[in-house]
Design a protein around this ligand. Structure first.
Ligand SMILES: Nc1nc2c(ncn2[C@@H]2O[C@H](COP(=O)(O)OP(=O)(O)OP(=O)(O)O)[C@@H](O)[C@H]2O)c(=O)[nH]1
Length: 415
């Protein structure tokens, strides 16, 4: 029988997770905090993809942990966001039940995604019957950004596999997509290695990060020297807020339009149209992606995939398009009515002719010319004459139109 373990909310063990790309300075931050932790008894979990846990060695050498009173848990040969998720659950449960610690600090691998790690603390794991929220609370998600290498990594166009940093053979992520996912889901951004970057460049980078992630506090550090109170016991984590904190999402929901920064020309806007794209023209436009657009994200209406809304996600040179789900307008009548009855808010933005079909794209960039970009995208929309033509003759050379999707498009299309 499972031992009952009920802890009052104030006594829940706080947890801080450090994420950030390889070499950004996570271990350096960890060592600094351990050496300045003001009497807190800390348990540290260090995750390394390889068999040899180098970071754990660096922490032992760092001398910030008391050998008798504290604990260093090494989790090697996998990633706590995927292959070692169960091990993470069990370790955290064990450390919390131990009752000796005031805090758990976790250093994720440089290639780890923060969302699944946060989910581990937020949701009951039905499979293993572990509910970490009865023992501990996720206090702060921290992302360490390497101010010196940021733009190099952001614009490299390389995949993790090409850099031999992938979690496995099927890990097809681009370096930039990983950087973006770490920045867009966090409570605190540590802009580290500031000693290596000019003030002006730092100001610009900070403004870009602020646009990409308006909710997080941004702290500049050199050699990981951060005030522990910036990342411990901040009480900042909130899954709901973190999940919707990305700059593009805030912009899309119109909740938070951060003003343009004149000095560095960093801005954002939403491109919204109730007319589908001519897929070939849009593909050509995207192939020559305007490099002043740093991040674009949103939903596309493509003529050649008229039944399925498409997600577009771009960061630097990485552009991904994939199905987001059927437009409600493409559902058979009975299903459509049922969906509208269930989700009446859909009616608020329902077009009498096109239903929920729409393109809504957030563009974030440096020195963007909104008029030029808007004109460029408008030229990719169907013309009035094309709107009247037979859309099934239009070509679609986007790579991920699987036959299954195309089938849905053909049978679901009302055109
Ligand atoms: N100049 C400079 N070097 C730094 C700074 N922070 C860390 N470093 C160095 O950068 C290198 C990587 O730092 P780590 O702390 O090991 O980075 P990490 O994010 O833990 O790296 P992985 O565990 O490989 O993902 C080390 O050689 C550090 O000494 C900094 O602010 N300035």
């Amino acid at each position: 029988m499972q031992e009952a373990h009920i802890v009052s909310k104030e006594k829940l063990l706080p947890v801080t997770v450090l994420s950030g790309y390889l070499g950004a300075g996570k271990t350096t931050v960890l060592n600094h905090v351990l050496n300045n932790r003001q009497g807190l008894k800390v348990a540290v979990i260090v995750n390394d993809l390889s068999e040899v846990n180098i970071d754990a060695e660096l922490i032992k050498e760092g001398g910030g942990l008391s050998r008798t009173e504290e604990k260093l848990v090494e989790m090697s040969n996998g990633c706590i966001c995927c292959t070692l998720r169960e091990d993470l659950l069990r370790e955290v449960e064990r450390l919390a039940k131990d009752g000796r610690f005031d805090y758990i600090l976790i250093e994720s691998t440089g290639v780890g995604e923060p969302v699944p790690v946060a989910q581990t603390f937020t949701y009951i794991d039905e499979e293993h019957g572990i509910d970490l929220s009865t023992y501990c609370r996720l206090d702060t998600m921290v992302t360490v950004v390497d101010a010196y290498r940021f733009w190099h990594d952001f614009s490299s166009g390389e995949t993790l596999l090409e850099r031999q940093q992938a979690v496995g053979e099927d890990d097809t992520r681009d370096v930039v997509d990983l950087l973006i996912s770490q920045i867009e889901f966090c409570d605190v951004l540590l802009l580290n290695k500031c000693d290596l970057v000019q003030e002006d460049e730092l100001n610009e980078l900070e403004q870009v990060l602020r646009k990409l992630q308006p909710r997080a506090s941004i702290v500049r550090t050199s050699h990981g020297k951060v005030e522990p109170k910036e990342i411990l016991n901040t009480g900042r984590f909130n899954f709901e807020k973190a999940s919707t904190s990305a700059g593009w999402m805030q912009e899309l929901q119109n909740a938070h339009h951060t003003p343009e920064t004149e000095e560095y020309g960093i801005s954002s806007f939403v491109y919204e149209r109730r007319r589908p794209f001519h897929t070939e023209r849009l593909t050509a436009w995207m192939a020559d992606w305007p490099e002043e657009v740093v991040r674009a994200k949103g939903i596309l209406w493509l003529t050649t995939r008229n039944a399925v809304a498409q997600n577009l996600s771009q960061a630097g040179p990485s552009i991904q398009i994939g199905p987001a789900g059927l437009w409600v307008a493409a559902l058979p009548a009975a299903e459509r009515e049922a969906t509208l009855a269930e989700e009446p808010e859909l009616k608020l933005d329902w077009d009498p002719v096109y239903g929920d079909r729409i393109t809504k794209l957030v563009l974030i960039g440096i020195n963007m010319d909104k008029a030029v970009l808007t004109e460029g995208l408008d030229r990719c929309l169907l013309t009035d004459a094309e709107m009247q033509s037979n859309w099934s003759k239009l070509k679609d050379e986007l790579p991920n139109a699987s036959s299954e999707q195309l089938e849905m498009i053909l049978s679901g299309s009302e055109k």
